[in-house]
Design a binder for this molecule. Structure first.
Ligand SMILES: Cc1cc2nc3c(=O)[nH]c(=O)nc-3n(C[C@H](O)[C@H](O)[C@H](O)COP(=O)(O)OP(=O)(O)OC[C@H]3O[C@@H](n4cnc5c(N)ncnc54)[C@H](O)[C@@H]3O)c2cc1C
Length: 246
């Protein structure tokens, strides 16, 4: 809030992580500004900054304009925007600021770091093998893990799979999970609900495996395989193992 007060920028962007959301909300509250969280698009139109975010469970997107207060404070999901080509004509100035906080002013203290059981960083992974309710059990996720290990991929999941207790929340992809943009996203037994698509639709290549030929995921897929994942995934593992000499 100190920097926002000092520089009074038009817009202030924070990462939509738990820390970014904490700091942006506290800054907005302290300075009396508005806050638009989980922004998926930003446009400058007629001198106004227009922020787009999902609303009503992801069924609508709304455009938010904060006319009264500047800066427009927003949190932006990692990987929600495609990386633009480098443009040498655009130059920015990096201003380094230092700050110090007295220990007595801190309300919380870090006692220890516990390493997450998630070994591959889902957000940074190039390939993700993801499972939904159609995977049916934690045994089913072991099969997906075999495919992921063969490809050097991370394992993702829909909320339905997480809520069923087959896999930990850290793996959840979508509106209330992580946003990912891998080179290849393999969706097994996932119907393609809008809240799931919100977290993976910008993947470079989407491969959908679903036994229902009318599943909405196929509308967003680069490649679709209609069938039971229990028959298809073992064949993929076998093929990839022989292709990759594993
Ligand atoms: C506010 C809100 C936030 C939400 N946030 C998220 C979120 O972050 N992430 C998320 O994923 N969801 C989220 N949801 C839930 C979302 O609406 C869907 O309910 C959920 O994504 C459905 O998960 P699914 O596709 O795994 O299950 P389902 O929709 O039940 O689909 C299962 C699919 O598996 C297929 N199938 C079944 N058996 C097999 C088989 N043997 N082989 C191949 N295919 C098979 C079926 O044909 C079906 O298409 C949210 C909902 C709300 C309201």
């Amino acid at each position: 809030s100190f920097l926002l007060d000092k520089y009074k920028p038009e817009a202030a962007l924070f990462r939509a992580t738990s820390q970014g959301t904490d700091v942006s909300a506290a800054s907005a509250a302290k300075l009396g500004f508005g806050l638009c969280t989980d922004c998926i698009d930003i446009k400058v139109d007629g001198g106004q900054i227009k922020l787009t975010r999902a609303a009503f469970g992801g069924n609508y997107t709304v455009t938010v304009v904060n006319e009264k207060a500047k800066p427009q404070i927003t949190t932006v999901r990692p990987k929600a925007f495609a990386m633009p080509e480098k443009d040498a004509s655009k130059q920015g100035e990096i201003v380094k600021e230092s700050f110090s906080v007295a220990e007595g002013d801190l309300n919380t203290q870090i006692i220890e770091f516990i390493t997450s059981e998630v070994t591959v960083n889902l957000v940074e992974a190039d390939i993700i093998v993801s499972g939904g309710r159609g995977v049916g059990s934690d045994e089913g996720f072991k099969l997906l893990k075999d495919l992921a290990d063969t490809l050097g991929a991370a394992v993702g999941a829909s909320r339905a799979a997480v809520d069923s207790g087959w896999i930990a929340y850290e793996h959840q992809i979508g509106q209330t999970g992580k946003t990912v943009k891998p080179k290849i996203y393999i969706a097994c037994g996932i119907s393609g609900a809008i809240q799931h698509l919100a977290g993976m639709r910008t993947s470079d290549c989407i491969v959908a495996i679903n036994k229902d030929p009318d599943a909405p995921i196929f509308k967003n897929a680069s490649y679709g395989i209609v069938g039971d994942y229990k028959q298809i995934v073992p064949k993929m593992i076998e093929k990839f193992k022989s292709k990759l000499n594993k």
